[in-house]
Design a protein around this ligand. Structure first.
Ligand SMILES: Cc1cc2nc3c(=O)[nH]c(=O)nc-3n(C[C@H](O)[C@H](O)[C@H](O)COP(=O)(O)O)c2cc1C
Length: 196
């Protein structure tokens, strides 16, 4: 019988701590688009975040269409940068009803937004990307800009892009098909449209 695996090597923990120390919000982005593979890695990190009672009542909407990003930006006084991608974390009221979560009372739903956001920011940092959280936006305006259904409440917007002044690495690797978790909890461009 083989021995059970040991704990992860301490060097990884040191590297992670260094990454957490150096991460700072980015409010100046280059206009170079972020490739699909890295965006999916960021999204997947969000999908693996801890969730109260494993209720998973949030969905992550990836927006890369510049016209839609501009519309969202017009509704978001807190969006100071010009990101090339957004991830909008939405509470899904249908999922909440299925899980019998009272979103008006249960504060853990907010904490779940934070766990997903932080996972994505850490993964983005590891990929050399810049991110900035955004909570200063008009919910109604963003809902209209992204044509969200009534069941989707936008809670948090993560701005993503290459930090201005950096030289993005050439990307050649195409992303593989989206895994089960990504397909279950993340949407591409339109709410309800799973990643391919
Ligand atoms: C919940 C939350 C909401 C935030 N909302 C905004 C925002 O609307 N606009 C913005 O530019 N920064 C926003 N920020 C970024 C903070 O201002 C920033 O994280 C803080 O100044 C600390 O900087 P650091 O993340 O680089 O350590 C937000 C951060 C958090 C955690």
């Amino acid at each position: 019988m083989s021995a059970p695996p040991g704990p992860p090597a301490p060097v990884e923990a040191d590297g992670l701590l260094q990454l957490l120390r150096r991460r700072r919000v980015c409010r100046r982005f280059s206009d170079q688009a972020v490739d699909e593979r890295r965006l999916r890695m960021v999204l997947e990190a969000g999908c693996w975040a801890s969730s109260a009672s494993n209720n998973r009542i949030h969905r992550l909407l990836l927006v890369r269409d510049q016209r839609r990003i501009d519309l969202v930006r017009a509704m978001s006084p807190g969006m100071l940068g010009l990101p090339t991608a957004l991830v909008v974390i939405c509470t899904d009221l249908d999922a909440a009803a299925r899980a019998q979560v009272r979103v008006d009372r249960d504060t853990t739903t907010w904490i779940d937004v934070g766990t997903a956001a932080m996972n994505m920011m850490v993964e983005a940092e590891a990929l050399g990307l810049g991110t900035c959280p955004t909570t200063s936006f008009s919910r109604g305006g963003v809902r209209a800009a992204l044509e969200l259904p009534p069941s989707a409440v936008p809670e948090f917007i993560l701005q993503i892009g290459w930090p201005a002044g950096t030289e993005p690495p050439a990307e050649t690797a195409a992303p593989g098909p989206a895994g089960r978790r990504l397909r279950a909890f993340a949407y591409a461009e339109r709410y309800g449209t799973p990643l391919a």
